[in-house]
Write a protein that binds this ligand. Structure first.
Ligand SMILES: [Zn+2]
Ligand SMILES: [Zn+2]
Length: 389
């Protein structure tokens, strides 16, 4: 086991930092290295885990004072995160534990937590528990707008039926581990310059189970779990965004040698749309109109997420004008109502003209009304106005 880095150093704060400073330093790091922002980036994931571990210790006054006195050794005796996976350093602390801890304190507010049933803290699960699994659920903008029930197949470790998850062959039984006498943990006393430090370590003979299987089940080789597949239904509420996720209880891996299964984290990912761009709960699109329509005004058809919509173009419409269709955007996730659709108008100029058309346009161009005024508002000012900011 390598010595972990200093927790204050990880968060980049001084040893006298207060609670608010710890929280804000961690939040900054967590947002930067969050797995959803750094997909498939192992080093970012490790930094996210490391920062979360540091945060979990320093935000807790008891653990912090123990750490301040004894360093990492002071956290060895269950002073960490309880037996449910948080105990070790670098070992048991899974990225899903880190995600859970982050969600608990920062995850989009309490509404999000309530909605997604993220109740219970990181330390609330104890005992033998299988690993959490993570799947990415790709959603179209249409599915996000309406909400959708998705059926997914999840490859996971399931309970071995031949031994009912015990890992013991039929007719045989488990024996209590001699080294730890069934405790699953052994106490180690080491002398350091700080004095005698007691550490609790997982028993290496029984690997923490407290029991020895002398005649393992052949189907699962004593693991109590085998490879399997489950159909999982995920009810995706309308209005989710990429990076939001739902926890489906008990659909992670079954624990080895019997116990509780882990959870499944279904992380949402929005598919790129061929026509719309999403901005928060607003939908943005571009609509080309003819320059005669721009000058004369008229009705044009524009695509919305709900279908075609007849849009009135006022006469004298300038290119770049944005027309807001109220309530035609994405439903808000945690409150009533929907965002808007912003139709960005582009005036299309024909590229090929017949001689007749040329003649008409030539005549038109001589008219006084066809000469643009000088001193137009700048592009940015117009954009600001049309967005109403
Ligand atoms: Zn043992
Ligand atoms: Zn078995």
């Amino acid at each position: 086991m390598t010595t972990p880095r200093d927790y204050y150093e990880i968060l980049g704060i001084g040893r006298e930092s207060g609670e608010a400073e710890i929280k804000s330093a961690y939040r900054k790091l967590a947002l930067k290295y969050h797995p959803d922002r750094n997909p498939n980036d192992k080093s970012a994931e490790d930094k996210f885990k490391e920062a979360t571990q540091a945060y979990e210790i320093l935000k807790n006054p008891d653990k912090r004072s123990s750490y301040d006195q004894f360093g990492h050794a002071g956290l060895g005796q269950g002073g960490g995160f309880g037996a449910g996976g948080f105990g070790g350093f670098g070992g048991g602390f899974d990225v899903s534990d880190a995600l859970r801890a982050f969600m608990r304190d920062f995850g989009g507010g309490s509404v999000f937590e309530d909605l997604f049933g993220m109740g219970g803290g990181a330390g609330s699960r104890r005992g033998n528990r299988g690993e959490d699994l993570r799947v990415t659920l790709k959603l179209t903008l249409e599915e996000i707008t309406s909400g959708v029930e998705k059926s997914i197949k999840v490859k996971r470790l399931v309970k071995c039926n031949d031994c009912s998850g015990s890992g013991v062959a039929a007719g045989s039984s488990k024996k209590t581990c001699g080294q730890c006498r069934g405790a699953g943990q052994v106490r180690r006393i080491s002398k350091t310059f700080l004095g005698t430090v007691q550490q609790i370590a997982t028993c290496d003979v029984c690997r923490g189970t407290g029991e020895i299987i002398s005649d393992p089940c052949r189907s699962c080789r004593g693991e109590g779990r085998i490879r399997g597949e489950s159909n999982v239904k995920v009810n995706v509420p309308a209005g989710v965004s990429s990076g939001n996720y739902m926890t489906i209880d008990g659909m992670g891996n079954m624990a080895a040698h019997g116990g509780e299964p882990g959870d499944l984290l279904a992380v949402f990912k929005e598919k790129e749309h061929d026509y719309f761009v999403r901005n928060g709960d607003h939908i943005i699109c571009e609509l080309s109109i003819s320059f005669t329509t721009a000058a004369l005004g008229g009705m044009v058809s524009v695509r919305t997420i709900d279908g075609e919509y007849e849009l009135k173009i006022p006469s004298g419409t300038q290119p770049g004008k944005v027309i807001k269709l109220k309530g035609k955007g994405i439903p808000h996730l945690n409150r009533h109502g929907r965002g808007d659709q912003l139709v960005h108008l582009v005036v299309w100029v024909p590229t090929r003209l017949s001689p007749d058309e040329k003649e008409i346009l030539n005549k038109l161009s001589e008219q006084e009304n066809m000469i643009p005024p000088k001193g137009n508002k700048s592009f940015f000012e117009k954009l600001r106005q049309s967005l109403g900011v």
